[in-house]
Design a protein around this ligand. Structure first.
Ligand code: SF4
Length: 170
């Protein structure tokens, strides 16, 4: 299946706990002032690749703890990301997803696209909310600004309320 990406990184240690394969999706509707990845905003930019090519690439890396879906806005392309996340889970990898939407907004959007709830149920950690320049933080691991939350995504989705991750990371 086609997916439009800005790029991938095979061994990140800054986009979630442990060693991670990161997919930077292309296309973002949020346009947060001060965004660090402005090249990912254009919906028709980046490159189109195949989900299977991405899956084959991370499958070959034995050091990974998980994959991270970042952007851009991952929830603009939930269907191909579900395919990728399902494969990752089948290889024992965990899933971290970044989004400029809030969890509550994604719950609302879940009504109109079945792949949004599916991706939420595949995600372990959801880092939600737009980047707010005035609240920029360098002290809080994995967050860009203090307004963002690190949510236990499965528990949050099951209970339909945002629940912050409180345990040790996997
Ligand atoms: S949601 Fe992320 S990628 Fe999109 S504009 Fe905001 S910081 Fe940039």
């Amino acid at each position: 299946m086609d997916i439009r990406i800005s790029g991938t990184v095979n061994d990140s240690i800054v986009d979630g706990p442990g060693i991670r394969y990161v997919i930077f999706t292309q296309g973002c509707p949020h346009h947060c002032p001060g965004c660090h990845n402005p090249q990912t905003h254009e919906m028709s930019g980046g490159e189109i690749t195949d989900t299977q090519a991405i899956i084959e690439e991370f499958r070959k890396n034995p050091l990974l703890d998980g994959i991270t879906l970042s952007g851009g806005e991952p929830f603009c392309q939930p269907q191909p990301l579900c395919e990728i996340a399902e494969a990752a889970v089948s290889y024992g990898l965990n899933i971290v997803t970044y989004t400029g939407y809030t969890f509550e907004q994604l719950l609302e959007k879940s009504e109109s696209d079945i792949f949004i709830p599916k991706l939420l149920l595949l995600t372990d950690l959801l880092i939600d909310g737009r980047f707010v320049k005035e609240q920029k933080t360098l002290d809080e691991a994995f967050k860009g600004s203090a307004n963002q939350r690190i949510l236990d995504c499965k528990k949050s989705f099951e209970q339909r309320i945002a629940i912050e991750w409180e345990e040790e990371y996997f």
